[in-house]
Design a protein around this ligand. Structure first.
Ligand SMILES: Cc1ncc(COP(=O)(O)O)c(C=O)c1O
Length: 370
């Protein structure tokens, strides 16, 4: 099929979800006919299969990825007066969750090669008020978890993995979401495993934490109408979304493999083009986004847009420079690598249904723009 201008998006959810529609329709009809729409058989079945996929004993479905992070923090009793350390180049979701829990974010810099949390910087970023670490596997690449866990062990604080961009990433054979005390996932439609609406989950091997998150997602109920688990809220994965996720989960490994091949092909075709390319993905990488670095970002974006190639920037403003945080103590930090990334990162289209000719066309267009 010839490539036409105006056609290529960063993610094409019609191409991704279209082939699944008959199966999804059957599933949704079954939910509709069941007469049970919240916390029923579909959610339980998905929780069980996603826990198995991640190699953990528990999974709790929640409303979205940001809630997963906030409920994780609350499950550890983190609140006002506490600090949680994270990175500032991951879209601000952890910061939002930390603030919603009443705590204060602090930031450490990222590594220049991977753009992920730098364990050496993390060591120096722990204070007497630090109560947890949120390690975000940005772009589908996994943080160096053994080094992060070593810092956490010395400080005796839990590690929460933000796996919203890393469904199916595996470091040393162990899945994202199974390394920390808790893993937090988003099923936003564009994620590697995406619902057709909002959704999220928490994974853990810790049965006490599992019980707490399970209660906190539903008003703090320890049993119906009995709020025994502290300050809860309403954040539940619904039956329809859980059913859709169960249809999609068996395809996730195949989709991730295709994403890795697209990323590797980009890197081959863009070698020597004057861009800073991401590491070639291995099995540890869910290849969620293909992100290059260039000081010429805005000019290249404009040139690509002129050819109908939609790009994006993940993310343009580091958390500590956001207007809403400008006056807080959290903004008082020095993160030169993070700031450099935010000035230069450019995300090229990458989704499992993208054809090799399309990748070649984008790469050629990038070269021409340079
Ligand atoms: C790294 C990361 N963490 C958390 C989230 C938040 O997920 P949600 O949009 O489901 O709240 C996202 C979603 O975009 C994300 O990319």
């Amino acid at each position: 099929m010839p490539i036409q201008a105006g056609q290529l998006f960063i993610n094409d959810l019609r191409r991704h979800n279209g082939p699944l529609l008959p199966e999804i329709e059957t599933r949704l009809k079954a939910v509709l006919e069941s007469g049970w729409y919240i916390l029923g058989a579909q959610v339980s079945a998905f929780e069980e299969s996603f826990a198995a996929f991640c190699g953990v004993s528990h999974c709790v479905g929640v409303g979205n990825g940001t809630d997963a992070l906030e409920l994780a923090l609350r499950a550890f009793g983190i609140g006002p007066g506490d600090q949680v350390v994270t990175v500032a180049n991951a879209g601000g979701y952890a910061t939002t969750a930390i603030r919603c829990a009443g705590a204060d974010p602090t930031y450490v810099d990222v590594r220049a090669d991977s753009m992920l949390m730098d364990p050496a910087a993390l060591k120096g970023g722990i204070t007497s008020r630090t109560r947890a670490i949120i390690a975000t596997h940005v772009y589908g690449r996994m943080v160096e978890m053994p080094a992060v866990l070593a810092v956490a062990e010395t400080a005796q604080i839990p590690v929460i993995e933000d796996c919203a961009q890393a469904h199916g990433a595996r470091l040393d054979g162990r899945a994202a979401g199974s390394w920390g005390r808790l893993g937090c996932f988003s099923f936003y439609p564009t994620k590697n495993l995406g619902a057709l609406g909002d959704g999220g989950a928490v994974t853990t091997n810790d049965s006490t934490v599992d019980e707490r998150v399970r209660a906190l997602r539903q008003y703090g109920w320890t049993q119906k109408y009995h709020c025994g688990a502290g300050q809860g809220r309403n954040s539940r994965l619904d039956e329809m979304q859980a059913g859709i996720l169960s249809v999609k989960l068996p395809r996730l490994e195949g989709w991730n493999g295709r994403r890795r091949r697209i990323s590797a092909l980009y890197s081959e075709l863009l070698e020597g083009a004057g861009l800073r390319l991401p590491p070639v993905p291995d099995a540890s990488d869910a290849a969620h986004l293909y992100v290059v670095r260039t000081p010429e970002r805005d000019r290249i974006r404009t040139a690509l847009a002129g050819r109908g190639i939609v790009t994006d920037v993940h993310y343009p403003v580091p958390d500590h420079r956001q207007a809403c945080d400008r006056d807080s103590a959290s903004s008082d930090c020095d993160l030169p690598v993070t700031e450099g990334c935010c000035r230069e990162v450019l995300t090229l289209p990458c989704f499992p249904e993208m054809r090799d000719e399309e990748v070649a066309w984008v790469a050629k267009s990038v070269r021409q723009a340079i």
